[in-house]
Design a protein around this ligand. Structure first.
Ligand code: ATP
Length: 226
């Protein structure tokens, strides 16, 4: 971990209340660069809401959020979009890959429509994530784990300070889940703060920091949890 760098993300008293009454009651969280952090929690505890807040996809009803040194509370919607595009990579559960493009084109698409300009960066990163041989494959022909790694590469290729991953190993067999975790670790080694939400204790245990969400309240995982 690079302790000289300021945190990628600091949330204080972050909260979001849906009209239904559900949501996120309180999250205090610091995400350091080059570090993997897990948030565990049962269904309905607020994991997706937290991820959407950290990804600037939702605006908090309370609390503050600083990303890459910028206080997001005072930003216009255009500036929030800009900060998201520059500083955050998101791997959603529904990966949102473009099925008519191949693997490297999907990664390059993170930069915009001029795919060929970013061919080298996209292929290099896929190579780092163990996907060199599959860079030219249509994503429709890739396995679930391979697609997940393409989505990780797409989130990471612009070298965001923060990478958010929603259940990145969900539905994968242990070997494939391992390859996805290795890919996320590789992103952290490149300097990103990586946050993943998971139901899977074994996945959380591979992270440097662990937090638990319970009924909308985030707290540090106690060491005796393992
Ligand atoms: N769009 C919405 N409108 C109203 N309530 C919502 C909405 N999305 C989520 N909620 C409520 O907010 C709470 C937290 O939901 P959230 O999806 O963040 O939980 P989660 O931990 O991600 O669940 P899961 O693991 O099942 O995806 C739940 O009580 C849920 O019913």
């Amino acid at each position: 971990m690079n302790t000289a760098s300021p945190p990628a993300d600091v949330a204080e008293g972050l909260a979001f209340h849906y009209a239904s009454g559900g949501g996120l009651t309180r999250a205090d969280l610091t995400l350091d660069t080059a570090t993997m952090t897990a948030v565990e929690g049962p269904s309905g505890s607020g994991k997706s809401t937290l991820l959407a807040l950290l990804g600037l996809l939702l605006s908090p009803t309370d609390g503050s959020l600083r990303i890459a040194g910028t206080d997001t509370g005072s930003l216009s919607s255009a500036d929030r979009d800009l900060l998201r595009r520059r500083s955050i990579g998101i791997v959603l559960q529904d990966l949102g890959l473009l099925t008519f493009l191949n693997a490297w084109e999907n990664v390059a698409a993170a930069f915009g429509p001029r795919l060929a300009r970013h061919r080298a960066a996209a292929r290099d990163l896929l190579g780092e994530l163990g996907m060199e041989q599959l860079a030219d494959s249509p994503v429709s022909e890739l396995s679930g784990g391979q697609r997940q790694r393409v989505a990780v590469a797409r989130a990471a290729v612009k070298e965001p300070v923060l990478i958010l991953a929603d259940e990145p190993t969900s539905g994968l067999d242990p070997a494939t889940a391992n390859s996805v975790m290795v890919s996320l670790r590789s992103c952290a080694r490149r300097g990103a703060a990586v946050l993943l939400v998971t139901h899977d204790r074994a996945v959380a245990e591979r992270c440097d920091e662990r937090h638990v969400l319970d009924a909308g309240v985030l707290s540090a995982a106690s060491k005796e949890l393992g």
